[in-house]
Design a protein around this ligand. Structure first.
Ligand SMILES: [Zn+2]
Length: 169
């Protein structure tokens, strides 16, 4: 697997209920865009302990995002930062960006009554997102213009992360 250096951060909603990264991993596994991680060993161990499936000396990570932010504000690691994502094909973003998803469905059209997940980001999610985005911007020297909602990526045809998602620095 070729390692990459992120130049953007793309923000999503999962368009669903508040479930763990491991549960999303199982759903995304069916799509077949998983990456196999064989090093560092400590990282492989960490994923195995969390329940990610093993394969010949490594672990397969299928969740498309690099980070998942749960309704209670906890941050769960998806793919390692250095692995290509499977969250945004527009503008080649899978090879250029860190993908962060908030659980919930923030589209008033798709989820008017909250049956498909909590209908707007929780305060805890927004607080955690702000902290995570600031951290990643520092680590990778990403300017504010490099932080985009999925629908703001040129060429993306999606309403993700939904009209009820409002985020500012
Ligand atoms: Zn999205």
């Amino acid at each position: 697997m070729e390692r990459f250096y992120p130049r953007f951060i793309v923000i999503h909603h999962t368009a669903g209920h508040d479930v763990s990264a491991l549960q999303i991993n199982r759903i995304h596994a069916a799509r077949g865009f998983g990456v196999k991680i064989t090093e560092p060993l400590s990282l492989v161990e960490e994923y195995r302990e969390r329940g990610f499936p093993c394969c010949n000396g490594g672990v397969v990570i299928s969740i498309g995002y690099h980070y998942l932010i749960r309704a209670d504000g906890s941050v769960e690691k998806g793919r390692p930062d250095f692995a290509p994502g499977a969250h945004c094909t527009a503008s080649g973003m899978n090879m250029r960006s860190i993908g962060i998803a908030l659980t919930g469905n923030f589209s008033s059209r798709d989820n008017p009554s909250g049956k498909k997940g909590h209908p707007e980001p929780t305060a805890a999610q927004l607080k955690a997102l702000k902290k995570l985005v600031s951290f990643l911007m520092d680590v990778y020297s990403i300017p504010p213009s490099g932080v985009l909602g999925h629908s703001k990526v040129p060429g993306a045809r999606t309403e993700c992360p939904g009209d009820r998602f409002v985020f500012s620095f």
